[in-house]
Design a protein around this ligand. Sequence first.
Ligand SMILES: [Zn+2]
Length: 272
Amino acid sequence: MKPLIKRFILFCSVVLFLYACNRSAYHATNKSHKQQAYQLARELVSVPVQQHASLSYAKEWVGTTNFSLRKPNMVIIHHTAQNSCDQTLRTFTLTRTQVSSHYVICADGTIHQMLNDYFRAHHAGVSKWGNMTDLNSGSIGIELDNNGYQPFSERQIESLVALLEQLKKKYQIPTANFIGHGDIAPTRKNDPNWRFPWKQLHEKGFGLWWKDTTGVKVPENFNHLQALRIVGYDIADSSAAKRAFKRHFMQDTTAQFGTSEKKILMQLYTQF
Ligand SMILES: [Zn+2]
């Protein structure tokens, strides 16, 4: 072989090697993401198919000219219960897990947006808040890298607050609609863990909080379960609901529900 050809083959091999090295580990899953997004977009642009033969549809389709995309109206905050951000990115790109969230915020404050806000991520699972049950459809899911027991780093909370500011403004999400996974699935979940700074978040404008309970008198007939229900909790399992309430509003992991808990709940539920 001529030296020039040899050199050319060597050059090509080096270029191919460097290309393979630089190619993202998520090249294949990113491609799959784009294909799925495209499929869903095709569904949106198609003319509605009238599938129910038993209904009296008009012969001619008339499409309205006035519409926009549905907007998310709630934010659900999670902890990943995993050991690193990389582990979570991997979990959310394995088809067999079928779990995902719109955002993952690493302990160092790095934000990964894994999904367009207008798509439905699989983060809430079986859940209920008030009378809403399909929480995935109306919410944005944010996962905080945290093994479930750790405190949340300042940089992570700073990034979260900055992100929430954008989301609240963009979609006009009501202050009360920033809640945790443990709030909407009290029998299954406890995230974000009890160390999560809900009060600090409330002071920034995200989520409700209770005011001074000095002078609050709990009437004898106060129905605390009904009050929890008014706040939003599913009370089918009452001790799970009480535990979820205390984790969120008192940074406490027990279910015991005495006068001080009732005072806080009374003060809070009147805001709903
Ligand atoms: Zn969760």
